[in-house]
Ligand binder design. Structure first.
Ligand SMILES: Nc1ncnc2c1ncn2[C@@H]1O[C@H](COP(=O)(O)OP(=O)(O)OP(=O)(O)O)[C@@H](O)[C@H]1O
Ligand SMILES: [Mg+2]
Length: 459
């Protein structure tokens, strides 16, 4: 079977000549305007398109050609476009390359030259296609939506596979933004409880006074305002998994109640006298130092050992070198598709900058930086500057100092916010900065308030 080639030109003579010259090697499709080009493109998915920019109704103007280019690219960003440009239209052709075209050729095209360029372009399109196929078959890089080819992440995936088959409590440790919640979900989805609910609660995002009834539920009239009986999150997780996020922030009195639940699989609602049996698997997570909490008597030792039957440690992103690029490419693919900028790719300096940065906010920071960069990027190259990772004076010492500073800033800000239940005003006062500055820093460092209602999956 011959490879498909779409030729878009409003000049009938040119179309006929080209078809005649290329018919032997290619399955040639012909279109004379934007609408018919798009129709043929979507019906036959040719990997290569020869595109004249001056199309009807205004053949003197390249706009129609540009529109055709972007419409077709949006449907298949792997297709390769060769722009046919008339004399004196080189700047338009270059602009088309900026918009994602692959190459250009001056009209009238010389047949020998045309054939060589087409051969090379089909070759590149074929290689890209094969590479994609190969990537899709290498399933090991993606586990329940988590990407990771690095040895430490492969270790995490294998630990998840093993614990998923049991009902043992799991403690997930890792810096902020390393994927603890994703790992908890992965355990749930791989377990026999996968058809039951996955109920998440963030212990640091709910004020202490509300946390007890949120977790354990309450009876009608248990306290002022308790007009109706309410089931807590633990009860809602019956038959499924309960994810206790930021467990290090749980107040001591509640730690006692939680321990009882873990020992007896029974709870009592606030203001209730009856014991209720609940069958829920518990996964806890924290980015704080629980061992330190034990020493300072902020965290009960007995509870720690109950929760930490299996510990999964998520490595910080800076320790998964080979994953940074993988994640960055995937985030770029997703954001660019959403923004209709499919042709965007990282330039060399951006890739170097991604590897140099220490990622205090880990995967979430990477995601945020790419999202912002996609909005900022002009043309089809995403630069270190777009990622806000450009180095003004790239001395290694200066870099290290800057990164160390960012890392400390990140920790202090996150700590202050958590202590003040993510209220900006008191946290800013404690840090000695204004509220707008705090917002700015949070944005720069990729610090996000945990969701008030963490994601829960009801069956
Ligand atoms: N391995 C991964 N592959 C793809 N996306 C990831 C991966 N790890 C994390 N993410 C993404 O990064 C973001 C942060 O992940 P998640 O919420 O699971 O982190 P966390 O450790 O729970 O963070 P925090 O401590 O701040 O609560 C999410 O948007 C998540 O989708
Ligand atoms: Mg989390």
């Amino acid at each position: 079977m011959k490879p498909k080639l779409l030729i878009v030109d409003d000049d009938e003579e040119i179309r006929t000549q080209m078809k005649w010259a290329l018919d032997r090697d290619y399955d040639v499709l012909l279109a004379e305007d934007r609408a018919s080009a798009l129709e043929l493109f979507c019906e036959h998915w040719p990997p290569v398109v020869l595109l004249d920019l001056g199309l009807p109704p205004r053949p003197a103007d390249p706009e129609e050609g540009f529109a055709a280019l972007s419409e077709m690219l949006a449907r298949n960003r792997l297709a390769k476009f060769i722009i046919l440009s008339g004399q004196g239209e080189k700047s338009n052709a270059l602009q088309a390359i900026g918009a994602g075209a692959y190459d250009f050729l001056a009209k009238p095209a010389e047949v020998g030259e045309l054939k060589i360029i087409l051969k090379r372009t089909f070759h590149v399109a074929g290689l890209e296609h094969d590479y994609r196929e190969l990537q899709q078959h290498r399933g090991g890089e993606c586990f329940e939506g988590m990407l990771g080819a690095s040895p430490p992440m492969q270790g995490v995936f294998s630990a998840i596979r093993k614990v998923a088959t049991t009902d043992a409590p799991v403690l997930i440790l890792g810096e902020s933004g390393t994927g603890k919640e994703m790992a908890a979900m992965a355990i749930h989805r791989r377990s026999a409880r996968k058809d039951g609910p996955f109920v998440a609660i963030n212990c640091s995002a709910i004020p202490e006074t509300l946390l007890e009834s949120e977790l354990f539920g309450h009876e009608k009239g248990a306290f002022t305002g308790a007009h109706v009986q309410r089931h807590g999150r633990i009860e809602k997780a019956n038959g499924g998994t309960l994810f206790l996020d930021e467990i290090g922030e749980m107040p001591l009195p509640l730690q006692v109640k939680l321990l009882r639940f873990l020992q007896e699989q029974r709870i009592e609602r606030v203001g209730g006298r009856q014991e209720i049996a609940v069958d829920a698997r518990v996964i806890a997570a924290t980015n704080s130092d629980l061992k330190k909490g034990l020493h300072e008597a902020r965290f009960r030792e007995d509870l720690y050992y109950r929760l930490a039957v299996v510990v999964i440690q998520l490595p910080p992103l800076r320790e998964r070198e080979s994953d940074i690029r993988l994640l960055a490419q995937e985030f770029l693919r997703r954001c660019a598709a959403q923004a209709g900028k499919q042709a965007l790719t990282f330039d060399q300096e951006a890739i170097k900058a991604l590897g140099r940065h220490l990622w205090p906010g880990n995967v979430r920071e990477l995601d945020n930086r790419v999202k912002r960069a996609v909005i900022m990027a002009e043309g089809h190259r995403l630069t270190a500057l777009d990622l806000e990772l450009a180095e003004p004076n790239s001395g290694t010492r200066a870099t290290r100092l800057k990164q160390a500073r960012q890392s400390v800033e990140h920790e202090l800000i996150q700590d202050a916010l958590r202590r003040h239940s993510w209220k900006i005003a008191p946290a800013a006062v404690e840090l000695g900065i204004s509220r707008p500055t705090l917002y700015e820093l949070m944005d720069k460092l990729g610090i996000q308030r945990p969701e008030r209602e963490p994601k829960s999956l009801e069956p």
